[in-house]
Design a protein around this ligand. Structure first.
Ligand code: UPG
Ligand code: MN
Length: 773
């Protein structure tokens, strides 16, 4: 039966055993840490300990600091492991279509060269093809590049959608992204009608592809003087009327097509445009406006135009799906699945967003860079879901529009004067009250007057002096380049909660970074953005008043402070190897009972890592990759991200959001596909990485020689393990430095430069000097 109110629409399954294992482990780990700090403390405070005079204390101080920091981060992260949950939904129990709420889909693109138009259009078409009543879907594309290629592509996409949507409906096609459907393996079928139909649509698809790509190329050439940072607003509703040229038949089957709107907001060099957050806020406002006009005080004028017709029929969708331009809908059911949460009367009204994981179509078998971020989606996010919900994760989330307006969650009041808060558009202000109702869009046209108002809302000065983005309340936040985490954190402080849905069949598939250079550039941006939150007043540990519970605060702070963890790693990667080389003892002898505490922490952490890889569907190999990438990213992304954040905080330079490249290209992914690291990246990244590896290699050789001569293995075992660990984990780097001959190797100049650097430092007696303090 449809919509039976007695059955729940969603279910939350707690992984009790896993939680118990994790909490038990945490307890043991904690005991071991106490032992370690007791051991360190005893050294510093016990002058009767002979080591007090024998060993220079500086390395001990450094290592203690690193251990404290690592343990602190560990405590912050801990609650993520305690209550992991998985959710399931029952879309077949949803009420009938006419009772479903409207949804607005936002797609963001910024650069037609890095984000080729055909790919973007596939995302747009796939979003239009979601299994949801077409009259309740509106798709908005924000084009930050202001590129004619994109606008032209939209028209082509609309025309193709009129073929594609009915085809998907007719045959109940699940894979609704045309490119993925036609360029992937053929669906097995004996049905001749289907095969015929598919071939017919495939022809249309090929024509669509050819046309978009041809026009894209010519437009890009024409657009040499295009100024993506400096252009007026342009808003167009795409429909049959906007198709001017050679598309032969428009909407042959006369089907209902979701509303499709192109928006390029105004951008001026003199105004900050706030990257993606700025783009999303324009979209949120724009849609607002379009439902507000019926209450406008321009009503007299409107009465004589045809606007009223539109006004009574346009919708103000209470839910919004945000998509990156490369993140296509891989399945038709995400909207219905997400609505299982919102439509169910049992769901608390504080549920602000339903987050899907980011999954990618361009992952190779070995995934050497851990580009899919396995742990984030399979361990951390289910863990957050068991606390107070996952963060907004950039894309693939269905968010309640209301959550973005900064209303107080309890009484629905606005934080300050409404005009100050939302800006001067009357249309917009009036629309706010109409939120949360489901209605149907019947007209696809907007009057010129409404378009004019929309342009006003998309102007670059609109935000100024309002609460949009800054001042703690409305829309997506501007304070960090990871606008998603920033906005999510803020909303959770305010009491909004979220749910994480990770169905077996990926609902969305995107393009991820598959070469080291882009991986590190992106990672640096993320680290800079995260730390900016961590060091701001919004850091969950200190923000007041906050509706977050304490464990959730801890874990969220770990996300925001994560970048500085590199400091402790750096200490571990440098001090123990040097001490090993010079014969300075940092750790207890193997025969000392305290050795057990150190060994337990180290070994059990590795084993837990492997265990987590297994429960997230991976293997020892996945774990190894993760460790390697963590090591590499720590000394590059985290270090430069932290630096970037500090420079930003000092007001010297603002962190910017340079979109990643989605234009694949054989050449760029060649090594990734082969499972080999590609070291063709900037020296800025290579030097710290190669230096770290060289120090460990050198100290390992030197140290082993030393202890072999001195026969003192027992005292040095713990230290040699650190160096061995770094060397093993960095094996691909060593291979790149010494063994590889191809062009993806580490350039010889870098190896030499790093080695000279290290030799100079070691020979200058710098460390000898330090060690003697
Ligand atoms: O000025 C800008 C810059 C970017 N984008 C869009 O933002 C999206 C994400 O950009 P991308 O280059 O793909 O960055 P990623 O690092 O891959 O994105 C991750 O990290 C971002 C935060 O740094 C989140 O916004 C994303 O959702 C998340 O997938 C893309 O659709 C871009 O077109 C804009 O609209 N305007
Ligand atoms: Mn991306």
């Amino acid at each position: 039966m449809e919509g039976s109110p007695s059955l729940p629409l969603h279910h939350c399954h707690a992984h009790k055993l896993r939680g118990l294992v994790n909490r038990t482990y945490a307890f043991l780990h904690f005991i071991a840490l106490l032992a370690i700090f007791y051991y360190r403390g005893a050294f510093f405070f016990n002058k009767n300990d002979p080591r007090y005079y024998m060993v220079s204390s500086l390395p001990w101080v450094i290592i203690l600091a690193a251990e404290l920091m690592l343990s602190f981060m560990r405590v912050l992260r801990e609650p993520i492991y305690w209550f992991p949950v998985t959710r399931s939904v029952y879309p077949e129990r949803l009420p009938k279509d006419s009772d479903l709420p409207g949804i607005d889909l936002f797609v963001c693109t910024a650069d037609p060269e890095k984000e080729p138009t055909f790919g973007v259009m596939n995302t747009v078409v796939s979003a239009m093809a979601l299994d949801y009543p077409a009259e309740k879907l509106s798709v908005y594309l924000s084009d930050d590049g202001g590129a004619s290629a994109t606008l032209i592509g939209m028209k082509e996409a609309w025309a193709f959608a009129t073929w594609w949507l009915p085809f998907c409906r007719r045959w109940n096609v699940k894979s609704i992204c045309p490119q993925a459907y036609f360029e992937g393996p053929d669906e097995d079928s004996q049905n001749m009608d289907f095969i015929q139909d598919r071939n017919r649509i495939k022809e249309k698809y090929e024509a669509f592809k050819q046309r978009v790509q041809r026009k894209w190329r010519t437009e890009l050439e024409k657009d040499v003087k295009r100024s993506p940072q400096n252009h007026a607003a342009l808003i167009q509703v795409i429909n049959a009327n906007s198709i001017e040229d050679d598309v032969a038949i428009i909407n042959p089957e006369n089907v209902e097509i979701p509303l499709l709107v192109y928006i390029a907001r105004e951008k001026r060099l003199s105004h900050p445009y706030h990257f993606k957050a700025g783009a999303l806020n324009v979209l949120v406002r724009y849609k607002h406006y379009s439902i507000g006009y019926n209450l406008s005080d321009l009503i007299e004028t409107i009465l004589h135009s045809n606007v009223l017709r539109v006004s009574s029929t346009m919708s103000n969708s209470p839910y919004i799906l945000v998509l990156d331009c490369d993140m296509y809908c891989n399945d038709s059911s995400s909207a219905r699945q997400a609505m299982c949460f919102y439509v169910d009367p049992r769901t608390p009204s504080s549920l602000g967003w339903v987050q899907y994981p980011q999954k990618f179509h361009n992952i190779s078998e070995t995934d050497i860079y851990d580009s899919q971020l396995t742990k984030t989606w399979t361990i951390y996010w289910p863990g957050f879901d068991g606390l107070q919900g996952p963060l907004i994760s950039g894309t693939n989330f269905y968010i309640r529009r209301k959550a973005l307006y900064g209303f107080h969650i309890d009484d629905g009041s606005v934080p300050k004067d409404i005009r100050d808060c939302f800006g001067p558009s009357k249309e917009f202000l009036k629309s706010i009250s109409q939120n949360d109702k489901s209605s149907v869009i019947k007209s696809r046209d907007l009057s010129p007057m409404l378009l004019e108002e929309a342009h006003f809302l998309a102007s670059c000065t609109y935000d100024k002096g309002t609460a949009w983005g800054d001042k703690a309340s409305v829309g997506f936040r501007y304070d960090s380049v990871v606008e998603d985490v920033m906005t999510g954190t803020y909303l959770q402080h305010k009491g909004w909660r979220s749910a994480y849905l990770n169905p077996t069949r990926p609902q969305f598939l995107g393009t991820t970074t598959t070469n080291l250079d882009e991986l590190l550039v992106q990672g640096t941006r993320w680290n800079a953005g995260l730390l900016k939150i961590g060091l701001s007043k919004y850091c969950p540990l200190i923000y007041r008043p906050s509706k977050m519970q304490f464990p959730h605060k801890l874990s969220l702070s770990w996300i925001a402070l994560f970048p500085i963890e590199f400091l402790s790693l750096l200490c571990f990667a440098i001090v123990p190897p040097l001490c090993f080389l010079y014969g300075i003892t940092l750790y207890p002898k193997v025969s000392d009972p305290f050795f057990i505490a150190f060994a337990f922490v180290f070994v059990s952490s590795q084993l837990m890592g492997i265990y987590e890889s297994f429960i997230s569907g991976g293997s020892v190999r996945t774990w190894l990759n993760e460790q390697r990438v963590w090591l590499i990213k720590s000394v590059t992304c985290s270090m430069y991200g932290t630096l970037d954040c500090v420079i930003d905080k000092l007001g010297l330079k603002e962190t910017s959001f340079i979109p990643t490249n989605k234009a694949g290209g054989e050449e760029k992914t060649r090594y990734y596909q082969m499972g080999k690291y590609d070291f063709r990246t900037s020296n800025m990244f290579l030097i710290p990485l190669v230096s770290m590896v060289s120090v460990n290699l050198a100290c390992l050789f030197g140290g082993v020689t030393r202890v072999t001569i001195a026969q003192s293995w027992g005292t040095s075992l713990a230290q040699v393990i650190f160096s061995l660990y770094v060397v093993l984990m960095s094996f691909p780097v060593i291979e790149g430095m010494l063994l590889r001959k191809d062009d993806g190797r580490v350039p010889l100049s870098i190896t030499i430069m790093s080695s000279v650097l290290i030799l100079v430092i070691l020979n200058a007696g710098y460390f000898n000097f330090l060690l003697e303090i």
